[in-house]
Design a protein around this ligand. Structure first.
Ligand code: KIV
Ligand code: ZN
Length: 514
């Protein structure tokens, strides 16, 4: 029996499908490098046909990664497969992941295809993908609600056509663990050529069962799990990588396989994904939440002091807590700064980029005594944002508030290269700053979320602000970080407005696959 449980990370694809979680190419490359360091087997870098930006992101990840397989998603359509195939050309090891829905409701209402047409299109797509790589994955979308007998037919045909991985998605997060595990057992036992492919589980968390379903699949023969950092993903998210990996490792008495993941990288990468997407991690989140290893009750503390195993089933340091406490400060030099960033997966293309980021680091170190890895990640995201070709830029701002006075803010921004200064009052300084920016941009979007999160502890910590705007059904997020939360808020607002005017991309599962 195969003892290797492959970890297929889809943070950069399904994770990015969470409304507002879009990432730039540079950010995707940074995350991919940490995933590679963590020894993830397969990185799904995106859906190359979604937009030129997505194509570019998959190609750049493919070129930057050596040890992990880099994968692009493609609908079972010729043009998508060509795009996916081209995008992974530079990969040391590349995979095409193609999919087509197999549930009655999807075939009838979305695809308008008969079951025969689905089998035909799926096999054609796999054969075409095999012309680019011998590493091809096929997913019968909405498998969790598909007829198991029809699944056997499609899967047998796609394996015969050359699929080397068969991924079983519970697309809508509907199945229960026993049922999903049973489906794997049934498929593996009843498909004559099932031994020619690796079976994989792709689970969504709509009923809070994504991890339980993935583990049930592993117990019944799956040897690949598709998951995301922090459980990011469509709607309620995907199975969380850290929970799947630590469940299999901690309960190795129950599983006949294990992953190759370097678990000490889990917390650093969780933080990076949270910083880049602006999606904070809830404090009680398993493994990576701030309270995951905090023992508050006196009776627990007493037990822990006598023997840590009384209440602790995993050690905090094994998942990377306290692993990145290396601190930089205002006396740190350029070499120490660049070396630490390299360890965090950040390489500078030019000396000028390093110089600019180092200058920002020195400015931050003047305001904040100790600079942690989390601060560096936020700083790099901020610098990349400033370097990008964005229409709206924050030049400067000032704001004031005093007891009994109406708060006000004066903001100078440049819009398409032209500087504008506006002053506004508001119910607070942040409100005033947003109103002043809106006076310039007149964007008419609705503010649907505003959240502030402290990146590290202490009153000199940087505040990380997320702003979500909605306009005509489109939802975008913006992020900003600064030790001054009014400035962080203005940066996040400007970033969100820029995202609002950026091109819209295709969503793989919303388009008809014909
Ligand atoms: O949830 C899903 O069905 C997917 C497929 C594209 C694999 O994400
Ligand atoms: Zn999915």
């Amino acid at each position: 029996m195969d003892k290797h449980l492959r970890i297929f990370d889809t943070t950069l694809r399904d994770g990015e499908q969470s409304p507002g979680a879009s990432m730039t190419t540079a950010e995707k490359v940074r995350i991919a490098k940490l995933l590679e360091k963590m020894k993830v087997d397969i990185i799904e870098a995106g859906f190359a046909a979604a937009s030129p930006g997505d194509y570019d992101a998959v190609s750049q990840v493919a070129a930057a990664i050596v040890d992990s397989t880099v994968c692009s998603l493609a609908r079972a359509i010729e043009t998508d497969i060509h795009k996916a195939g081209e995008s992974i050309r530079k990969a040391n090891s590349g995979r095409i992941h193609t999919f087509l829905a197999t549930s009655a409701i999807h075939m009838e209402s979305k695809l308008c295809m008969t079951p025969d047409e689905v089998v035909e299109n799926a096999t054609r797509a796999v054969k075409l993908a095999r012309q680019y790589t011998d590493n091809v994955e096929f997913s019968p979308e909405d498998a969790g609600r598909s007829d198991p007998e029809f699944l056997c037919r499609v899967i047998e045909a796609t394996i015969s056509a050359g699929a080397t991985t068969i991924n079983i998605p519970d697309t809508v997060g509907y199945t229960l663990p026993e049922q999903f595990g049973g489906l794997f057992k049934y498929l593996i036992e009843n498909i004559p050529n099932s031994d020619k492919a690796i079976f994989s589980a792709h689970t969504h968390n709509d009923l809070g069962l994504a991890v339980a379903n993935a583990l049930a699949a592993v117990k019944n023969g799956a040897r690949q799990v598709e998951c995301t950092i922090n459980g990011l993903g469509e709607r309620a998210g995907n199975a969380s990588l850290e929970e799947v990996v630590m469940a299999v490792r901690t309960r190795n008495d129950q599983f006949e396989c294990d992953t190759r993941i370097d678990t000490t990288q889990i917390v650093p990468i969780s933080r990076l994904v949270s910083t880049i997407t602006g999606f904070p991690v809830q404090p009680n989140k398993a493994i990576v939440g701030a309270n995951a290893f905090a023992h508050e009750a006196g009776i627990h503390q007493d037990g822990m002091l006598k023997n840590p195993e009384t209440y602790e089933i995993m050690r905090a340091e094994d998942v990377g807590w306290n692993a990145n406490r290396m601190v930089l400060g205002k006396h740190s030099g350029r070499n120490a700064f660049a070396a630490r960033l390299k360890e965090l997966g950040v390489d500078f293309d030019t000396q000028e980029e390093l110089n600019q980021t180092f200058k920002k680091f020195k400015e931050l170190a003047d305001k904040k005594h100790e600079i942690f890895d989390e601060d560096l990640h936020a700083l790099v995201s901020d610098t990349a944002f400033l370097q990008a070709d964005e229409r709206l830029k924050l030049i400067s701002m000032s704001s004031s508030s005093a007891t009994g006075e109406i708060p006000s803010a004066t903001v100078t921004v440049s819009l398409d290269g032209e500087e504008h200064t506006e002053t506004s009052s508001g119910s607070g300084q942040v409100d005033a700053a947003f109103k002043a920016i809106e006076m310039v941009t007149q964007h008419n979007a609705e503010l649907v979320l505003y959240s502030v999160n402290s990146i590290t502890s202490g009153t000199d910590a940087q505040g990380e602000v997320t702003v979500r705007l909605e306009k005509e059904g489109r939802v975008v997020n913006g992020h900003g970080a600064d030790v001054d939360i009014v400035i962080a808020s203005a940066k996040a607002y400007v970033n969100a407005i820029n995202n609002l005017v950026s091109p819209v991309k295709k969503h793989p599962q919303l388009s008809r696959a014909v």
